[in-house]
Design a protein around this ligand. Sequence first.
Ligand code: SF4
Ligand code: SF4
Length: 252
Amino acid sequence: MKLKFSVVSLNSCNGCISTLVSLDVFLNLVKSAELVYFPFIEDSDPTTVKEDAELEYSDVTLVEGCVTQTSEEELLKKLRKSSKKIIALGACAMFGGIESLSQSDRKEPVSKYIAIDGAIPGCPPPENVLGTSIIALLEGRTLPSAKKNLCSVCELRPELEKFKTIKVDKLHPEKFPTTCFLDENVLCLGPVTREGCDAKCIKMGLPCEGCMGPPEGLDYTANVINFLSTLELSDRLKKYEGVIFRLYRPRT
Ligand code: SF4
Ligand code: SF4
């Protein structure tokens, strides 16, 4: 019997789901699973709360985006009742993500309202991480995770002991980096972020903003705060809320 899948968006840019439908593995999903609820491709309003009877049972429900309104909270609770596994898809669903920079008072991760059974990280999730995660879900295996941080695979990696004495006063580099961003006094969250994204931002000259979340088994909030406390942050960075905008606690 085919696995039943649902894919639902809360408040989001739809980037995670757009990435999903653009992958070859999406064809595997369509062929080997039954998509019972997927408003993004059904042309229906995802914020319309379905009645219990309308929500079919799902073996796996992927949820993209964060909660910004009551209808999304109610939808989540109904999905929890009708789904065997709920997986947070992307940084917004896991931590609040980019939405947390908005003026809205409410931008909460999925795990604030319901228990989740796992998460697929990234903003959007890297193709290899999303692809292997979908295959794992189709095969009933646990989601892949990473024990190492981004620095462990970063070409700019310095001696890590240096981090403790580094002064950080910038969010962006003045030139394309050839040494670790932290050496250039630019904040980079690589030390407390899991690897798996192929260091794409670093390779484009941008510091890591932590969208992949923590390495396996670590609490993101405590992890990032501990890391920031080892740096000498400038007053401007201490006040900049964006530095910690993803600091929600996932309940996985
Ligand atoms: S995690 Fe990134 S790509 Fe996914 S919905 Fe949020 S902002 Fe868009
Ligand atoms: S702090 Fe950033 S730039 Fe430095 S090694 Fe880690 S990921 Fe690379």
